[in-house]
Design a protein around this ligand. Structure first.
Ligand SMILES: NC(=O)c1ccc[n+]([C@@H]2O[C@H](COP(=O)([O-])OP(=O)(O)OC[C@H]3O[C@@H](n4cnc5c(N)ncnc54)[C@H](OP(=O)(O)O)[C@@H]3O)[C@@H](O)[C@H]2O)c1
Length: 341
């Protein structure tokens, strides 16, 4: 089958479309015919030399896929079921979704709600799953709908979906972006106003900034997260989900001990089954209220993935890049056809 393979030998990185064999890591693995995949920031890290994210010298990349179960012994995922596949080691330490087929354990699969097409499942993808998990975490914490919710890295996959979901749920989302030329697009996605990246640093000379945000979803990390903590209202929370600027966090305890703010960690990768179910159920409920088409930056084939990964690496996208690994129906992989006579 056709696949996008990342390999590194003696420090030399190669990314290329190849014919690959397909095989289960474990006999219980489920085979999914991939209709769409999506490009995530993590894929750009996987497809980098000396990557600390990729844990194999050679693998099919892609941390996301949606499609149809093609072979399964699991009654929860019968042949023909529509699923999203993401999380765990997918595309990081085992073959991923940039291919015509992917094998995955059942715990990486989520049945798609009827309201979410295979296409829209990858407009959502890991990015949208993370955005929804972040919003639900803020709500569990008691998100105040009368105030403003800050979203950083707003034109990115997680950021733009967070804005979309916050708006569809009745919240006022403020988009922080380093791409002012995309302001109109962000307003159309549901942002109530736009601020620059540097505007997050309110009163940097003081220990605490003014109380500005009822909640925040942060894709950026580093100094940005420090300034968000200083600017949360009393008892508000920030959902920390990204590190595009920096994985480091240097801050102080004043926001925690004088304003009772909370720092909530979001991890889509190892989300337990109950969380996956809740998040996909919430995505299924919100989907009819969302216009997914404008969230698609572009749709590419496997042959265009190298340049798509460069765009993500350089922050030159808005919303999501979708991947269509095949232009039509693909027969079962050769080795399986032989097995089936
Ligand atoms: N916790 C989890 O489980 C989880 C799941 C998915 C993703 N993530 C993380 O979430 C982050 C966002 O992922 P994504 O897929 O949305 O990435 P993305 O589509 O590449 O978007 C990242 C956005 O961040 C902004 N940005 C880029 N470089 C920046 C910099 N140096 N300083 C400040 N802002 C910068 C840009 O938006 P503007 O131009 O609008 O500022 C860019 O569009 C990544 O760190 C990713 O690893 C975590």
């Amino acid at each position: 089958m056709r696949s996008f393979v990342v390999s590194e030998e003696e420090g030399v990185l190669t990314c290329e479309v190849r014919e690959s064999d397909v095989g289960p890591g474990d006999p219980s693995d489920i085979l999914v015919a991939v209709e769409f995949s999506g490009v995530n920031y993590k894929d750009a890290l996987v497809a980098s030399a000396h990557s600390r994210v990729r844990r194999l010298p050679l693998l099919i990349a892609g941390v996301d896929a949606s499609g149809t179960v093609a072979q399964s012994n699991d009654s929860n995922f019968p042949v023909g079921a529509r699923v999203a596949v993401h999380g765990g080691d997918l595309g990081v330490a085992r073959d991923g979704g940039f291919a015509e087929y992917v094998y995955a354990p059942a715990r990486y699969l989520s049945p798609l709600p009827d309201t979410v097409s295979n296409h829209d499942a990858m407009v959502i993808g890991t990015a949208g799953f993370t955005a929804m998990a972040s919003m639900l975490a803020l709500e569990r914490h008691g998100l105040d709908a009368t105030g403003e919710v800050l979203v950083t890295g707003a034109t990115g996959g997680v950021g733009s979906l967070a804005i979309t979901f916050l708006r569809a749920s009745g919240y006022q989302a403020v988009a922080s972006t380093g791409s002012p030329e995309e302001s109109q697009w962000l307003l159309e996605r549901g942002a109530t106003r736009i601020i620059g990246r540097e505007e997050i640093a309110d009163r940097p000379d003081r220990v605490l900034a003014g109380e500005r945000w009822s909640g925040a979803i942060d894709c950026v990390g580093g100094e940005t997260l420090h300034h968000i903590l200083r600017s949360l209202r009393c008892s508000a929370a920030v959902a920390a989900c990204g590190l595009v600027a920096s994985p480091d966090l240097h801050t102080n305890v004043y926001p925690f001990i004088t304003r009772a703010v909370s720092l909530i960690g979001i991890d889509a990768v190892e989300a337990p089954e109950a969380t996956r179910r809740k998040v996909w159920a919430a995505l299924g409920e919100i989907a009819p209220k969302v216009d997914f088409a404008p969230l698609v930056d572009r749709t590419v084939g496997l042959d265009e993935l190298t340049s798509a990964l460069d765009l993500i690496r350089n922050g030159k996208t808005r919303g999501r890049i979708l991947v269509k690994p095949t232009s039509g129906d693909v027969p079962l992989p050769h080795e399986l056809l032989i097995g089936n006579d």
